[in-house]
Design a protein around this ligand. Structure first.
Ligand SMILES: [Zn+2]
Length: 259
């Protein structure tokens, strides 16, 4: 048996499903063994008869399951800093800002500093909660009631719903620096409703990127002024990253240039 699996190593490498959960269509890695099969943490919990429903629930949260897969794979690669940033951007753009790494993922030894395995566990926990909740709802609809105890909604779930409402306009957009400026527009309009620090941090990265700077150059003066206001709300010297007027663009006072 062992010899077989070794001999089949190259065979396995050619199978695109190798390493993934063996429940049909599941996009997650198989990380838990049961009855000779490797299953993901969601399918491991469910009856085999519910496999398709579980898969459907997982696939309903594309940004989260892709992030789980990317983090598991990326954590051991040289591209990790890039992967980490892509994952965070995807989560924000898809309305899951509450799932960004933050102090909740800190190791007890390094307060405040997110620990990636703990962050990954929280991402996976989100999917597991979604699966449990989905199965419970189905059981209620079917009148089968199932033996599962009724749990109150996780507070993180409410938080996600709130963030989704705040970031709703971002969810339908193609990835570009534009969402970051929409975020600034939102802050300028309602300074008291500033998004969480992690979302702001990622937005600032996008604004400072080449795509972001190009977006600034092509914007109207009053638009830039609004973004400046938002950056002032965020504090510090952040407003300095937004020129009030792009030099060289329809120069009206060419001789007023100060040294
Ligand atoms: Zn699975």
């Amino acid at each position: 048996m062992d010899d077989d699996s070794k001999a089949n190593g190259t065979e396995a490498a050619r199978d695109p499903r190798w390493g993934f959960c063996e429940a049909y269509g599941c996009p997650l890695f198989g990380t838990v063994g049961r009855a000779g099969k490797w299953l993901c943490f969601c399918h491991f919990e469910a009856d085999a008869g519910a496999n398709d429903v579980v898969t459907r629930i997982i696939r309903g949260h594309f940004a989260v399951y892709r992030s789980v897969v990317d983090v598991r794979r990326g954590l051991v690669s040289e591209r990790w800093p890039l992967v980490r940033r892509e994952v965070q951007q995807r989560l924000v753009e898809s309305g899951y800002a509450d799932l960004l790494p933050d102090e909740r993922d800190a190791s007890p030894y390094r307060a405040g500093r997110p620990n990636t395995p703990q962050w990954l566990a929280r991402l996976e926990r989100f999917l597991l909660d979604a699966v449990r909740e989905g199965l419970r709802e189905l059981a209620v609809q079917d009148g089968t009631g199932s033996g599962m105890a009724r749990r109150p909604l996780a507070s993180s779930r409410e938080c996600v719903a709130r963030m989704r409402a705040i970031l709703a306009p971002l969810a339908t957009r193609e990835p570009s620096a534009r969402w970051a400026f929409d975020l600034l527009d939102g802050i300028a309009a309602k300074p008291a409703n500033a998004p969480p620090p992690e979302a702001v941090r990622i937005a600032l990265e996008a604004i400072r990127s080449p795509a972001g700077r190009a977006y600034v150059v092509n914007a109207a003066d009053e638009q830039r002024e609004r973004w400046r206001v938002a950056l002032e709300v965020l504090g510090g010297t952040l407003a300095d990253i937004m020129p009030s007027r792009v030099p060289g663009e329809d120069d009206e006072e060419p001789h007023e240039v100060t040294a």
